[in-house]
Design a protein around this ligand. Structure first.
Ligand code: SF4
Length: 302
């Protein structure tokens, strides 16, 4: 039987069982179906006929269940340094169980510099053994706990250690650290009078931003450091520090030039020195922030 005659018979049959509309079939697909021979006529080929809702009069054909789109997608192998959606989605963040050693530090009040130094020393050794972030702890040279005056009035919080910090075990010792030193001395402050630390105590690979889970993992240590030092002021350098400490998503540009509260500390947020290295024009704004900050301490900067 010719294709034309077979088609005419099929249309007549469809009409007799109540099918009044035959969807348009693309020519290319018709050719493929035709090539399969008369046993697979084009009009009933499941590859080209749209699914009919069940219960449509005149058809007993069950809708073909589409194959799940993900069926052919193999799970990606976890590559160190590569992020997936779960890493980035805040709803996946789990607050880790508090460490008893850290809880004990936070239960005490510290009045003297010596007592604070002793507490920070104990915390530092706990942090040195921390493996809460598997990727970071397996790649670090060492943890970067914090440095400076345990009795400081001012605490500076940055983002995370970079390569230089990872190698030397001290925050802000690289190029950004040199710029921070200049900002500190121009503000008539001394680095040794301040306490400096980061949101994270381990270097993220490639200096990427800390993941929400990593920041949550390390938060216990940051809060313990703040509890021991009891700074009157905190300066957050960059959006990562400001947003993580204060639990907001406000852009850093909108957080500048005002004080926030965190516990008993007053918090100023400004740009990170690394940002200034990439955008020197923003130095002017950081200088305005430092003038605003120092005025609060009774120092008028020019
Ligand atoms: S970043 Fe903090 S929580 Fe994560 S492994 Fe390092 S010390 Fe532990």
């Amino acid at each position: 039987m010719s294709n034309k005659r077979a088609m005419a018979q099929l249309l007549k049959h469809l009409s007799s069982i109540g099918v009044t509309h035959v969807p348009k079939v693309e020519l290319a697909k018709r050719r493929v179906s035709a090539a399969r021979g008369p046993s697979a006529p084009a009009a009933v080929d499941s590859s080209v006929t749209p699914e009919q809702p069940s219960g449509v009069p005149g058809t007993s054909r069950r809708p073909t269940k589409p194959a799940p789109v993900t069926a052919a997608i193999k799970p990606m192998r976890r590559v160190p340094g590569m992020l997936d959606a779960e890493d980035l989605h805040p709803s996946s963040v789990r607050v880790p169980e508090l460490l008893p050693e850290v809880v004990r530090v936070r239960e005490r009040a510290y009045q003297t510099r010596e007592a604070k130094e002793e507490a920070l020393c104990g915390l530092k050794s706990v942090v040195a053994g921390c493996q809460r972030c598997p990727e970071l702890s397996s790649r670090r040279t060492q943890t970067v706990f914090g440095v400076g005056n345990a009795n400081a009035r001012i605490m500076i919080i940055g983002e995370a250690p970079g390569q230089d910090e990872d190698e030397q075990g001290e925050p802000f010792v690289g190029e950004a650290g040199q710029l921070l030193n200049k900002i500190i001395s121009a503000s008539q402050l001394r680095r040794e009078d301040l306490y400096i630390c980061n949101i994270l105590r381990c270097r993220p690979p490639g200096n990427r931003n800390p993941l929400p889970q990593e920041a949550a993992n390390c938060r216990e240590f940051l809060d313990a450091q703040i509890h021991v030092v009891q700074p009157e002021f905190i300066i957050c350098l960059g959006a990562v520090a400001a947003q993580n400490l204060l639990g907001v998503e406000t852009p850093i540009s909108k957080m500048r030039g005002q004080f926030f509260s965190y516990g008993s500390s007053r918090v100023l947020c400004t740009y990170h020195p690394s940002y200034l290295l990439r955008n020197p024009n923003a130095k002017k704004q950081v200088w305005e922030d430092m003038k605003f900050f120092m005025k609060e301490l009774g120092v008028e900067l020019q």
